[in-house]
Ligand binder design. Structure first.
Ligand SMILES: [Zn+2]
Length: 385
């Protein structure tokens, strides 16, 4: 086998540490050792909280002046599933036909390794950047996400450290490297609707009040009108009914109540509060308030947008220069830790190809790791140029 590049070698080393959330398994040590050797000062930030597992995190920085470019990501991975179904041990980091196979290859040890390789090469060549480069690496993104990025950002703020721009190395490309930069994300809100009726015998419906009829009217009120028609950078907000539960095993009983669960992915038209108000308004227009009870889960996924400008152009330009592809600016997909970072400063997401993330045989092309390293290197050159 030909000698591998620093980015590929580091990705393999990281994959070989089975850091399935909440375990770290030595993954952060690998990264910390590499960054220290290049001159970064590093700090481990273990956090704990009631009811959630303890999590180790890593912060690293070189330079003490502005501008400060922060790279963020996670070393934890989702479980491999049935390891026997993999074409190689998911934690061996094997290279097969020009691809690195392993859990976390795309999501997102490959992205972290590419950025670390680019940053180490940059500072080793230049000693110090004209500004600062930092790493905010959590072990708690795929889990509850309580003892990770949120707490690290609070810790940074308490120390008076402010980044100017952040890049999250999540796998943002659907098919090919250079497809897509995420410049924002939709928010997510979960709701629960309990519909009240009066239990009775199906043969005597006049003595009962079937909640199912109310439920159908309430669900229609939720779904009939679109929430909005999208905004400049966002698709339309969307409500999906995810479950309807009555749990009535009897064929001759009108049930007493029915439960509806729904999830809303919302754009920058809405705050959780305005959305809750709109949902309540819709339901009240369909049925009197005493027929239902509405509750929402706590919302920690607000929508955010980093308005396109010089920074997004810088990132897009570096991608185009290395891949020949002009990336789409998108706010699609699920939530990520970028939503927490966005509270403190502008953030974009760009990493590897996400086609196989969380799947059996998660893998990335070695050439993609090298090209991503070159893209990050170009971003550093331009940013501090
Ligand atoms: Zn991820």
């Amino acid at each position: 086998m030909a000698e591998t590049s620093p980015g590929v070698a580091l990705t393999r080393e990281l994959i070989q540490k089975p850091s399935v959330t909440p375990a770290d398994a030595g993954a952060l040590d690998i990264l910390e050792t590499r960054l220290r050797a290049a001159g970064f000062s590093t700090q481990r930030l273990p956090f704990s909280d009631e009811g959630t597992p303890d999590i180790d995190n890593l912060y690293a920085r070189i330079g003490d002046s502005a501008p400060y470019l922060l790279f963020a990501g996670h070393t934890d991975v989702v479980p491999p599933g049935d390891s026997a179904k993999w074409r190689a041990d998911p934690f061996a980091g094997e290279i097969i036909d020009g691809e690195l196979v392993g859990r976390g290859a795309a999501d997102m040890k490959g992205g972290i390794a590419a950025f670390a390789a680019a940053a180490c090469a940059y500072v080793e060549k230049r000693q110090r950047p004209k500004g600062s480069i930092g790493f905010l690496i959590t072990g708690d993104e795929e889990g509850p996400a309580i003892n990770g990025t949120i707490k690290m950002l609070e810790w940074l703020k308490q120390r008076g450290e402010h980044f100017d721009h952040a890049i999250v190395g999540e796998p943002t490309n659907a098919q090919m490297l250079g497809d897509m930069i995420k410049i924002g994300r939709r928010g997510s809100l979960n709701g629960r609707l309990v519909v009240r009726g009066v239990q009775g015998h199906v043969a005597y419906p006049q003595r009962a009040d079937n909640p199912v009829g109310h439920l159908l009217a309430l669900c229609a009120a939720l779904k009939d009108e679109p929430l909005d028609s999208g905004t400049e950078w966002f698709d339309a907000s969307n409500l999906e009914i995810t479950s309807i539960d009555i749990g009535n095993a009897a064929t001759n009983v009108i049930p007493a109540e029915a439960v509806v669960r729904f999830n809303i992915r919302f754009n920058d038209n809405w705050t959780p509060e305005s959305l809750k108000e709109e949902i309540r308004r819709r339901l009240s227009s369909a049925r009197p308030a005493e027929k239902f009870e509405l509750a929402f889960d706590p919302c920690n996924a607000l929508s955010f947008i980093t308005q396109p400008g010089p920074f997004t152009e810088l990132v897009a330009g570096a991608i185009e220069a290395e891949t020949g592809r002009r990336p789409e600016f998108s706010t699609s997909g699920g939530t990520s830790d970028a939503r927490f970072i966005a509270r403190y400063g502008p953030v974009v997401e760009f990493g590897l190809v996400g086609k196989t993330m969380h799947q059996i045989d998660e893998r990335v092309a070695l050439t993609d790791i090298d090209r991503l390293t070159a893209i990050y290197a170009r971003i550093l050159e331009t940013y501090f140029g």
